[in-house]
Design a protein around this ligand. Sequence first.
Ligand code: ZN
Length: 144
Amino acid sequence: MKGFIYSLTCSKTGLIYYGSTTDTEKRINKGWPKCSCKNFISPKFEILEELEFQNKKELLLKENDYIKNNICINRNVAVRTKETIADYNKKYVEKNRDRMRENTRKYEDKLKKIFVNCPNCNKELKKRSLRLHLLNHCHHQSRR
Ligand SMILES: [Zn+2]
């Protein structure tokens, strides 16, 4: 079978969407209402590559390459593979890790602003330093 990889470029923003089809006429006539490129303004349709394939997956894998290797608005790859799933999971973990770090930072900021009085010497301290204060300073002195 014959397949095509195409790009659709928004004339206003220059954003690019990649797709694949076996029938370019049909694809153009179908329009783009359900695509992630639906907001494109008078988009420019371009055939980037023509290829022969046995299995439709080959065409979709080719489309994957375009999506992965270029800056585009495609949110999903054309077909999921072990590689794309691993990649997705990696990104998910990274994204989560950033969020966790952010939460930790916020929590620490909050702690920085909390003041308490030492139950022993009544000194005003940051809550986060109270434990150290009790261990090193206050208790130590009062024990003497
Ligand atoms: Zn104290």
